[in-house]
Design a binder for this molecule. Structure first.
Ligand code: 3EB
Length: 335
């Protein structure tokens, strides 16, 4: 069995949908289509290279892939790998004060994810993709991203998961509108967590960033049978725990890359497949202001050695952050 990650523009479909574990569609104007596979739909502009982007994880040689639906989670499982997607409309959530609807939605989504994974006997979350509307907006005196962190952290604890140390890789971004949507990949073995020596671990951020610290690792090394995946979490212009280069998108992009280089150094030491360099990964770059695209692209193209990048319009989870970059690499293990 072998996993691969395909990225293409829509509506090109390069593979047999029966072998797709799950993935994402991103674009401002997504076509209507019933999802044959668990698909995270991000209704937001793709700034480059194509206006509609498709990303799917394909599993060859592990058929049949089993599909299911559980408490609103669409999922597929092939062998011991599981990909799922859940979308929750906050308007349908009733929250008991002092909880907010977004906090309750995040708690509920993660609680369902953990119930599914426990029922499937695959308790280990590897990677999470979190998106919500108006991430920097405030309600009941608290920024919405911070509300999300409260719900997520509470659900990790309720699900008997650690909120420090061995936690999954992740990203959390804002889009203009739409539900809270969370995609995830889980597997049979725990990840090897990777932190960044230039940054305070996010799960140890001081409480000036919110009542509950975010629950994610800077990167995760995961092992499907015979393979290694490196997931680099969303990475921004943060040194220590503070935003640096406020207002300077070029410097923020360079600092984000410096952070990724540091993470790759740590990941290389934990890899079973050899060292990782910047040019070995595929990337998604989230850009707050579309007018900054050329600047972000200029910095990335000069340092990534031709590695693929999809540029997506999104709000980063601190209002002073202009860009966030994530990436992944997938390769075979030596026999
Ligand atoms: C940061 O380093 C930037 O809350 O899951 C990056 C990756 C960020 C993941 C998350 C947040 C998350 O704090 C923001």
């Amino acid at each position: 069995m072998s996993l691969s990650l395909l990225t293409s523009c829509l509506p090109t479909f390069p593979v047999d949908t029966a072998a797709v574990l799950g993935g994402a569609w991103v674009g401002a104007d997504l076509p209507e289509s019933r999802a044959a596979w668990p698909r995270q739909c991000l209704q937001t502009p793709v700034l480059a290279p194509h206006p509609l982007s498709q990303e799917c994880w394909v599993l060859q040689g592990a058929l049949p892939v089993h599909a299911g639906e559980s408490e609103g989670i669409a999922w597929r499982r092939g062998g011991d790998l599981l990909f799922g997607v859940i979308a929750i409309d906050e308007a349908t959530v009733t929250a008991q004060a002092p909880h907010t609807p977004l906090q309750q939605a995040a708690f509920g989504a993660y609680a369902r994810i953990f119930r599914l994974l426990d029922a499937q006997g695959l308790p280990h979350l590897w990677r999470l993709w979190n998106y919500m509307a108006d991430i920097n907006g405030e309600s009941q005196g608290l920024e919405r991203y911070r509300q999300f962190n409260m719900g997520r952290g509470d659900a990790f604890e309720a699900g008997a998961r650690s909120v420090v140390g061995r936690v999954p890789a992740a990203c959390a971004l804002g889009v203009a509108s739409g539900p809270l949507t969370i995609a995830f990949m889980a597997g049979p073995t725990p990840i090897v967590p990777v932190e960044n020596p230039r940054q305070v671990s996010a799960f140890l951020y001081p409480d000036r960033y919110g009542p509950r610290s975010p629950t994610f690792s800077r990167a995760a090394v995961a092992h499907p049978p015979g393979q290694e995946i490196l997931f680099v979490s969303g990475t921004a212009s943060i040194v220590g725990h503070q935003t640096v280069h406020a207002g300077d998108v070029r410097a923020q992009t360079a600092e984000s890359l410096d952070n990724i280089v540091a993470v790759l150094g740590e990941a290389s030491a934990k890899s079973r497949s050899g060292a990782y360099a910047l040019g070995d990964l595929g990337y998604r770059a989230y850009v707050r202001h579309p007018a900054d695209l050329d600047t972000v692209r200029d910095v990335l193209e000069s340092r990534l050695g031709g590695a693929p990048v999809v540029y997506v319009r999104a709000d980063v989870c601190r209002s002073d952050l202009l860009v966030e970059i994530e990436g992944q690499a997938l390769r075979g293990l030596p026999a």
